[in-house]
Design a protein around this ligand. Structure first.
Ligand code: NAG
Ligand code: NAG
Length: 184
C-alpha cells in the first residue's frame, strides 16, 4: 500500500512538472500550423496600437516550415485619409539560436516567442521590436475562431500585466474591422 501511494505521488509530481514545462519540452510547433485570427493586441507603447499603425496587422494563417514560421497577415491601409483597404503582408520568421525564439525584419527587427498555446483554440505571443535604438514590447492573442471566451482573454490580459503592460494598452480587436472578408 505504501509503495502504491509512493508511485501515485511520483506520477503526480511528474505530471505537474510536465505541465510547467509544456512550452519548452513538450511544445510541438507543428501543431500551431493553420488558420488563426488576431483577437487581442497589447503593447507597452500605446502609439503602436493605432488603428492604421504598422503593428496593427491581422493574422490569417501560420505555416510551420522546417526552420521558420511563415505568416500571412492583412493590414488596413487608409487612402486619401478616407478610404480603407485591406492589403496582404507575408512575413517569414526564422528560428534564432535561442530555443523557441524566432526573428523577422518588419518595421525594425523583431524577436518573438510563444508564451502559451493549447493548439486548438488560442496562442499567445511575446514580441520585442528594436528600431533606431528604441525598443517596445508587443503581446498578441490569436484564436482559431474569430473570437475567444472572456476567460482566455482575461488570462491573456493578466499575462500582459505581469509583463508591465497596463490595461488601457490591451486592445480587444474582435469588434473592429480585421479584414475578415479579405481572407481566402
Ligand atoms: C511604418 O513602417 C514603414 C516601413 O518600415 C516606416 O517607414 C514608417 O515610418 C513606419 N510608421 C510608423 C508610424 O512607425
Ligand atoms: C467576442 O467575445 C466577447 C467576449 O469575450 C464579446 O463581448 C464580444 O461581443 C464578442 N464579439 C463578437 C464580434 O462576437
Amino acid at each position: 500500500m505504501k509503495l502504491l501511494l509512493l508511485c501515485l505521488g511520483l506520477t503526480l509530481v511528474c505530471v505537474l512538472a510536465e505541465e510547467a514545462n509544456s512550452m519548452s519540452r513538450n511544445f510541438n510547433v507543428e501543431k500551431i500550423n493553420g488558420k488563426w485570427n488576431s483577437i487581442i493586441l497589447a503593447s507597452d507603447k500605446k502609439e503602436k496600437l493605432e488603428e492604421h499603425g504598422n503593428m496593427t496587422v491581422f493574422v490569417e494563417h501560420i505555416h510551420v516550415l522546417e526552420n521558420s514560421l511563415a505568416f500571412k497577415f492583412h493590414t488596413l491601409t487608409l487612402f486619401y485619409s478616407i478610404e480603407e483597404e485591406c492589403s496582404e503582408i507575408f512575413l517569414v520568421a526564422d528560428k534564432t539560436e535561442k530555443a523557441g525564439e524566432y526573428s523577422v525584419a518588419y518595421d525594425g527587427f523583431n524577436t518573438f516567442t510563444i508564451l502559451k498555446t493549447d493548439y486548438d483554440n488560442y496562442i499567445m505571443f511575446y514580441l520585442i521590436n528594436k528600431k533606431d535604438r528604441k525598443t517596445f514590447l508587443l503581446m498578441e492573442l490569436y484564436g482559431r475562431k474569430p473570437n475567444l471566451s472572456s476567460d482566455i482573454k482575461e488570462e491573456f490580459a493578466k499575462l500582459c500585466e505581469e509583463h508591465g503592460i497596463v490595461r488601457e494598452n490591451i486592445i480587444d480587436l474582435s469588434n473592429t474591422n480585421r479584414c475578415l472578408e479579405a481572407r481566402e
